[in-house]
Design a protein around this ligand. Structure first.
Ligand code: GLP
Length: 260
């Protein structure tokens, strides 16, 4: 795991956005795995800015989102379909046929999950997967106890996650109980995993995921087994890491060519 600690969430988001933009410039038909939540918002703002000001071209990029709520209309403002449309898709030149999110309204959920996996395979796999982390260490919606080799499937949310996401629904009682999420095995197949976490609230989850044992109780810890996992943090999210100074020293002494 490469751990990069920046002074604040702005600097961390800028660094992550630059990495994604560099990939799209290098490989215009890159396949991006996208995440939702508050954490990646600023990354998407930067990508829109690069598109508008520097002509960053998304016309051949393919995207796969991590997850979606079951039973939620894509037009519902708290759906991840609506989120992606609002923060990114409506603002860049992406080909709509290349956008993929799990279908929360599917009547045959096992089939829609199998199809999602097949589409990822048909696209040649995910080049870079953006990830946030839940306060309980979840990735996507892979809650603690998720199989470390799980594939896209239906999951039941924990009370904690439903509380964390209650603000989007105007109260916890309206948060759906079920979701479709890429599995941890699906995420691990991505060529690069880029995990971001900001704020004190994520510090314990990050410490467990980065320096604790690999365990299904902390789903993000599976990234310790990934050959190219990059963890980008602000100081607060890094505050419980025992080896924070070492990670900073390593990054400061990296050759320039390795930083991109
Ligand atoms: C949800 C999403 C995750 C996200 C997490 C953290 O559970 N399914 O993909 O990483 O929330 O969200 P936030 O970035 O808002 O803290």
């Amino acid at each position: 795991m490469e751990v990069i600690i920046r002074s604040d969430a702005h600097a961390a988001s800028r660094l992550a956005a630059r990495k994604i933009a560099a990939l799209v410039r290098r490989e215009p038909s890159a396949v991006l795995g996208l995440a939702t939540g508050r954490t990646p918002l600023e990354i998407y703002e930067h990508l829109v800015e690069y598109h508008r000001n520097e002509g960053l071209d998304f016309s051949r990029v393919t995207t796969f989102n991590l997850d979606e709520y079951v039973g939620l209309d894509p037009k519902h403002p708290a759906s991840y379909h609506a989120y992606m449309e609002g923060v990114l898709f409506s603002k860049i030149n992406i080909d709509r046929g290349r956008i993929h999110l799990p279908d929360g309204l599917a009547t045959d959920i096992p089939k829609t999950c199998r199809d999602y996996e097949a589409r990822i395979r048909a696209a040649g796999g995910i080049d870079l997967q953006i990830l946030g982390i839940g306060s309980d260490g979840h990735l996507g919606f892979n809650e603690p106890s998720s199989s470390l080799s799980s594939r896209t499937r239906i999951k039941t949310l924990t009370d904690r996650t439903r509380k964390d996401n209650a603000a989007y629904f105007g109260g916890e009682e309206s948060v759906p109980r079920h979701v479709i999420t890429m599995g941890l095995g699906t995420i691990m197949d991505a060529n690069v995993c880029l995990l971001l976490a900001f704020g004190r609230k994520k510090a314990a989850a990050i410490a467990h995921a980065v320096e604790g044992p690999v365990t299904a109780m902390v789903p993000a810890s599976v990234l310790q087994m990934h050959p190219r996992a990059i963890v980008v943090l602000d100081r607060e999210a890094a505050s419980e890491l025992k080896r924070a100074e070492y990670y900073q020293w390593v990054y400061a002494h990296k050759p320039d060519w390795q930083k991109h």
